[in-house]
Design a protein around this ligand. Structure first.
Ligand code: NAD
Length: 462
């Protein structure tokens, strides 16, 4: 699609207040593909005012009607799924098949799930002599990252609209085109003017102004822990509600007796997909000492097979950051068994699928989020040590456990300080709450738990 040169505010594309633009670049070939306006405080203010004005009407709209708009939105996204996939491929660089299967398909499923939830959720309950109403929190300032650009938008906008909130979205600067496409879809779906608004722009300008705006009741942010910490402080000072989906450093724990080849192969695929730019990726593989050498060999072979199939990372800066981590890992004593710290292609911000073995807990690559296609493999002696390593970071977003018996894996998973754990390769569930323990965040997205983030209760006593 061709980019809009304005902001989607109050049901219309309006000229931006300033003249600055943001270049959109294809990470696979480094070509500028389009431009979008860089929003200013004035754009954010107009958008928040539109969202505030639309709030009473949308909040009072019966849930069944809100559900109908969300179902229509799902249908528009479905009808435009090829365009979504092509747009994400162009601005993120993801291979087209992955864009189709994940970047387009998952948001369609999530939008559909909220159409159903809006229709079936009970927005009223009886507690003794009280009636408790679940009312919308108000105007949501949504700030999203580029790694799953449409999914992150839908995971906020769909539950917010289902709850009766209105929204101002500030999407990531690297991937604004699919955000514009989403605004078009909202419009086509017949969502009333002002209920959803889009301001493209830079984080420290448009993003920060949005979070600070007194007309915003809830700041919902997905992105880095550094920015999340700052936004939590901004929200805290104003006593606004805040939801944070932040970084991760998840463990893939392979217990003795598990299907080693399957656990390693699925684990490598999990880290390499989306070029490692997945907050919940299992970037630390924990293997018992008796199976360690075999696991390393299997992982190196699996990573090498990824070779040409992997897409680039999002930007030159991200590429340099990831390659820097690989260099640091080697310098701190890790053994490089696949990939490496050299850019594999002359053009495009690619990083070779990389595996670092002999990684120990204290190394930088075992503690910090790399956000690239880099797997670290750590050795443990017994379960107690595996658990200590698994829980030994500031993060707690996701993880995996593999064991011969499901019950054994579940017992281990229950002791992990993390928000989601896949047992023996369990499938992604778009209705299961997603979010972090510890510094991985505050609050949950997806399903009924995600809807609850956008609701507040009012009790009437009789
Ligand atoms: P980022 O924090 O730099 O940017 C995220 C968003 O915040 C962007 O829209 C950006 O413009 C905006 N932003 C930046 N500075 C801001 C400021 N001062 N005030 C307000 N907004 C600001 O993160 P990123 O590099 O885009 O994304 C990668 C990070 O996101 C990784 O750490 C990853 O783990 C995390 N992430 C987490 C989840 C999750 O659900 N937990 C999902 C995806 C990504």
């Amino acid at each position: 699609m061709k980019a809009h040169d304005g902001m989607y505010i109050d049901g219309d594309w309006r000229p931006a207040a300033g003249r600055d633009v943001i270049e959109v670049v294809n990470p696979a070939d480094e070509q500028v593909i389009d431009h979008v306006p860089a929003g200013t405080a004035a754009d954010v203010d107009t958008a928040v005012r539109a969202a505030r004005a639309a709030l009473p009407g949308w909040a009072a709209t019966p849930p069944a009607e809100r559900a109908a708009r969300l179902a229509a939105l799902r249908d528009v996204l479905e009808a435009r799924k090829d365009e979504i996939a092509e747009t994400v491929t162009a601005e993120l660089g993801a291979p087209l098949k992955f864009s189709q299967a994940v970047h387009a398909a998952v948001p369609i499923a999530v939008a559909g799930s909220y159409a159903e939830l809006a229709a079936t959720h009970s927005f009223e309950e009886k507690v003794g002599n009280s009636t408790v109403y679940h009312e919308p929190v108000g105007v949501v300032g949504a700030i999203t990252p580029w790694n799953y650009p449409l999914h992150q938008i839908v995971a906020k906008a769909a539950p917010a609209l289902a709850a009766g909130c209105t929204v101002v979205l500030k999407p990531a600067e690297n991937t604004p085109l699919v955000a514009q496409l989403f605004a078009e879809a909202v419009h086509e779906a017949g969502v009333p003017a002002g209920v959803f608004n889009l301001v493209t722009g830079l984080g420290p300008i448009a993003g920060q102004t949005l979070a600070e705006h007194p007309g915003v009741d809830l700041v919902s942010f997905t992105g880095s822990t550094a920015v999340g910490r700052r936004l939590a402080a901004v929200a805290g000072a104003a006593i606004k509600k805040v939801a944070l989906e932040l970084g991760g450093k998840s463990a893939n724990v392979i217990l003795p007796g598990a299907d080693l080849a399957k656990a390693v192969n699925v684990g490598v695929a999990n880290v390499m997909s989306n070029s490692g730019q997945t907050c919940s990726a299992w970037t630390r593989m924990l293997v018992h000492q008796d199976s360690y050498d075999e696991a390393v060999e299997l992982a190196a072979a699996a990573a090498a097979k990824y070779g040409e199939r992997i897409g680039p990372v999002v930007s030159a800066a991200q590429q340099e950051r990831v390659l820097g981590y690989i260099r640091t890992g080697i310098a701190e004593g890790a053994r490089l068994v696949a990939g490496g710290p050299e850019a594999p292609r002359e053009r495009g911000w690619f990083v070779a699928p990389t595996v670092l073995a002999d990684v120990t807990e204290d190394m930088t690559v075992a503690q910090e989020e790399i956000f690239g296609p880099v797997l670290t493999i750590l050795k443990y002696e017994d379960e107690a040590e595996a658990l200590r390593i698994a829980n030994g970071t500031v993060y707690g977003l996701a993880g995996a456990v593999w064991a011969a018996q499901e019950s054994e894996a579940v017992a281990f998973a229950r002791r992990m300080d993390t928000g989601q754990v896949d047992i023996n390769g369990g499938r992604f569930n778009p209705l299961a709450p997603f979010g972090g323990y510890k510094q991985s965040g505050v609050g949950r997205e997806l399903g009924a738990h995600g809807l609850a983030e956008y609701l507040q209760t009012k009790s009437l006593q009789f």
